[in-house]
Write a new protein. Structure first.
Length: 194
């Protein structure tokens, strides 16, 4: 990006590549009506504003960041996708996994991750840190989107019922991971302003 912000007003699909700024000063700004998605690695901050959305991975999938900040002025509008609920007592197919698995088609749910990785063009290694800056007045918004299961072709988004969902049991779907340090509230109540 050579030090220049990318203002996204339409769609950008970064699939298994990377977004990098050789000067380490630029951001991808996802504006009104825009969608930024894919399984590529983000070596630059992603800022969603005015209704712009970020969708992780290959619908669903994994989106790695070198450093991830959730909240105002950063990634604060996340379109979380799922097409297979995962392990249940009444499985009709192979269970879905966090990050959608590998290959094509994908099956599972979306994950955003901050990873300790070295940039392909020589910038310093990333820290893999997660920073939570959301507040009750500047929230981190998640839109849940169920896709037709049990599998979804890479990059497509056919809305429908997910596979292997059992309404009589509870589920836990991890959607954020990090390898470095965490900065922010340490309780759900504090993070959400309860």
């Amino acid at each position: 990006m050579n030090g220049q912000n990318l203002l996204l007003t339409g769609g950008l699909f970064v699939n298994n590549g990377f977004v990098i700024d050789s000067k380490n000063t630029a951001s991808v700004i996802v504006g009104y009506g825009a969608l930024y998605k894919g399984a590529g690695t983000n070596f630059v901050p992603v800022v969603t504003q005015n209704g712009g959305k970020f969708s992780a991975g290959n619908s669903p999938g994994l989106a790695p960041f070198s450093t991830l900040t959730l909240g105002p002025g950063s990634l604060n509008n996340f379109d979380w996708q799922i097409n297979d609920a995962g392990p249940s007592q009444t499985h009709s197919s192979a269970p879905g996994v966090a990050g959608g698995g590998t290959g094509n088609p994908v099956s599972g749910w979306a994950v955003i991750a901050s990873e300790q990785i070295t940039g392909p063009l020589g910038p310093p290694p990333s820290d893999g840190n997660l920073k939570w800056t959301a507040t009750p007045t500047g929230q981190f918004d998640i839109q849940m989107e169920t896709l037709l299961g049990p599998t979804t072709p890479v990059g497509s988004t056919t809305d429908g019922p997910m596979s292997d969902f059992d309404p009589t049991q509870s589920y836990t779907w991890p959607l954020i991971a990090w390898q470095g340090t965490y900065t922010g509230p340490t309780t759900t109540a504090a993070a959400l302003g309860w």
